[in-house]
Ligand binder design. Sequence first.
Ligand code: NAP
Length: 295
Amino acid sequence: MRILITGSNGMLGSDLVAELAPYEICGLDRHNNRHSQIQYEQVDITDRTAVLKAVTLLKPSIIVHAAAFTDVDECELNPTQAFSVNSKGTQWVAEAGDSCGATLFFMSTDYVFDGTKQLPYNEEDKPNPLSVYGRSKFQAEEFLKSKCRSSWILRTSWLFGMNGKNFFRTIAQLAREKKELRIVDDQRGVPTYTKDLAKAIRILIERGSRAKGYHLYHIANTGETTWFQAAKKFLEKTCPDIKLIPISSQELNRPAKRPLNSVFNMERIKKDFGIQLRRWDEALLQFQSEVLKKE
Ligand SMILES: NC(=O)c1ccc[n+]([C@@H]2O[C@H](COP(=O)([O-])OP(=O)(O)OC[C@H]3O[C@@H](n4cnc5c(N)ncnc54)[C@H](OP(=O)(O)O)[C@@H]3O)[C@@H](O)[C@H]2O)c1
């Protein structure tokens, strides 16, 4: 089984490279390869011809498509680029994958929802993205649903991991520089550790990738929190003296609107594959000890 990981230099992509190492893996991203042990193609996924050439050369049977324009506020300010990478780029990867009979696992997002539901979102709930990022990812989902021979859409949320920019790394940095931090407390969601997610994707590939057609799953760590509560948990041992001030999304006033609730119901993936990730705060503790070990 040859597995191609797009976005292999990214936060999730790097953990996928490690988790899927027992298989024959190859990577694709737009800058120099970060992982010397894998076959690699340097490609911008907005270039349709280059994507087709690279995928045809690599001939994967599975593609995990994690490459994306992931800065939600930058997407809001650059909608043309956001749709070009997240929607069209996904279309080019899917078409190239189809041409060599590959099954595609596409990483999508909780930001396809508008957050007005009070209960956790399940796969039957209707998306209504509030941001350019959310719309660009949902447009990719719609393409895969209607046009791709074999696709798995995996929606996940609030990623953190060792190899990329994320909320907890930013908080750790700010806590070293400041005495007080103002953090949003009106968005509910589930922080998800990319190492845990990579393990779950491996199980899905091993148990499910022979099934053709269209599949949609919500997948994240379990439990729920707000950014404020998550920051409190993260800093309680390492920076007990820092003052944390809860604020509203409106006060923060970022370019892109976020859903106030994006907690997932994950019964479907549990029922179909027995996959249930551990609680987000347990995963966060492990992440924290790994960060401390490294620094
Ligand atoms: N982060 C989250 O909280 C979150 C939540 C839900 C879903 N997701 C989805 O999960 C996936 C992985 O997220 P992540 O946070 O691990 O992403 P990430 O760290 O930003 O990695 C994405 C990778 O894709 C590359 N890339 C960007 N534009 C490209 C292009 N035009 N052509 C080729 N490669 C390109 C990036 O390169 P550069 O570094 O050079 O830009 C980066 O290496 C994404 O599909 C994302 O939409 C993320």
